[in-house]
Design a protein. Structure first.
Ligand code: MRU
Length: 392
């Protein structure tokens, strides 16, 4: 008994020595917290917002309109419900929309009874063109659908079954590549940030807007894994509340220090000196660096410029549209006005019949953007040149 107590005492003594020894203990404590934090993060990053079922018969989406209250997955197999899911923002965020469209197109064409290539092509085109009408601004939608069409064309001399198998692989590849791309964006972005920074974000460019990691939230996840202790502020993002319902939800789930503010509070937190950097995602970057993102983003950029705070846009190369010359050429989606005053309320928050204007995106002028962070590296002004270089 006495011997036992002594052993325990000795073990306790060694443990204390290990934890507080500056040389060995620090590493142990760091590794210990890394495991705990890593465990929490993995839970969030394990969420798959868009995927195919095992047989490739259905598109499975996390229904983001139900968050943060319900985590429910919907299974879709016809083009109308896939179109509706994209239009209604059940799946949203530029990369996730692209992945959903590619996988949805595959699910639909897999059911085709076409006997020859021409028949298959006509059916494919009809579904593709239809899905392309679901949302106009995020270029990833068109990019992913075009990539599927290129795959179809490249395999035209093969039997129908093999063409379908190639389309299956292509859709999956678009998703898998996005995961790597987002991680690389996160690494580049993190190189611009320092531990302890206050960071403001707008809308949701997180893990559920992509295949994994997110774009603008990727550096926050990677930094958190490495003990950066960021203090993150999320704009609520009216009218569809992607900041409040989605960003706040996923960052809180990851154990990140997150504070929710209304959109009109962005300037006060900047004035107070609480914000060291702004990180946002993006739906389309024009060839001159103008960037369309969720409505309200350009206002944040203007305030950031006033206070001298760096404003970073995160964009996979697939979000850069060199065929769109400037922001003026980006088609901005307009959505039903009811989203402003009815969508989230038990009773209308404005008189019935009120005139509304509900653009879903705005364009941040290139001269307000400190850097555009892509998987291939960080682009700086003048963007016309740095964007051209990256496409060479
Ligand atoms: O209307 P949404 O929710 O699809 O808008 C999303 C955004 O504006 C995101 O910031 C953008 O798509 C980047 S997602 C990585």
């Amino acid at each position: 008994m006495i011997y036992c107590k002594k052993t325990r005492l000795f073990t306790l003594h060694r443990l204390i020595f290990f934890l507080f020894n500056p040389e060995r203990g620090k590493g142990l404590l760091l590794r210990f917290s890394y495991v705990i934090i890593g465990g929490k993060i993995l839970e969030v990053l394990n969420i798959t917002p868009v995927k195919l079922d095992d047989e490739g018969n259905k598109l499975i989406l996390l229904d983001q309109t139900l968050l943060p209250n319900d985590e429910k997955y919907i299974h879709l197999k016809d083009k109308e419900s896939i179109w509706e899911a994209i239009y209604k923002l059940r799946v949203r965020g530029a990369p996730a929309i692209g992945i959903a469209a590619a996988m949805g197109l595959y699910v639909c064409i897999k059911q085709s009874k076409a006997a020859d290539y021409d028949e298959l092509y006509n059916e494919f085109k009809e579904i593709k063109d239809y899905l392309a009408t679901s949302r106009p601004t995020a270029v990833n939608l068109f990019w992913a659908l075009d990539r599927m069409e290129n795959c179809l064309l490249q395999n035209k001399h093969r039997p129908i079954d093999e063409i379908k198998a190639a389309l299956h692989r292509e859709a999956q590849l678009i998703k898998d590549e996005d995961e790597d791309i987002c991680r690389q964006i996160g690494e580049h972005s993190l190189s611009l940030l320092r531990p302890g920074m206050g960071i403001l974000t707008h809308c949701n460019a997180g893990t559920i807007a992509t295949s994994k990691y997110g774009t603008a939230l990727a550096p926050i996840y990677l930094g958190h894994e490495r003990g950066y202790n960021f203090k993150v502020f999320a704009d609520e993002t009216r009218p569809l509340l992607q900041g409040g319902r989605l960003t706040a939800w996923e960052l809180q789930k990851a154990g990140i220090d997150i504070t929710l503010i209304c959109d009109n509070m962005a300037s006060i937190v900047m004035k107070k000196g609480w914000i060291d950097a702004i990180v946002v995602g993006c739906d389309r970057v024009a060839a001159n660096g103008d960037a369309a993102n969720k409505i309200g983003t350009s206002g944040v950029a203007i305030i950031a410029k006033h206070y001298g705070i760096p404003f970073y846009v995160h964009a996979p190369i697939s979000t850069i549209d060199i065929n769109t010359e400037t922001g003026k050429d980006i088609k901005i989606e307009e959505r039903p006005g009811e989203e402003i005053y009815k969508a989230w309320y038990a009773k209308p928050m404005a008189p019935e019949g009120i005139n509304t204007f509900n653009p879903a995106f705005d364009v941040t002028d290139a001269n307000l953007i400190t850097a555009i962070i892509t998987e291939k590296g960080i682009l700086y002004p003048p963007y016309t040149e740095s964007i051209k270089r990256i496409f060479k």
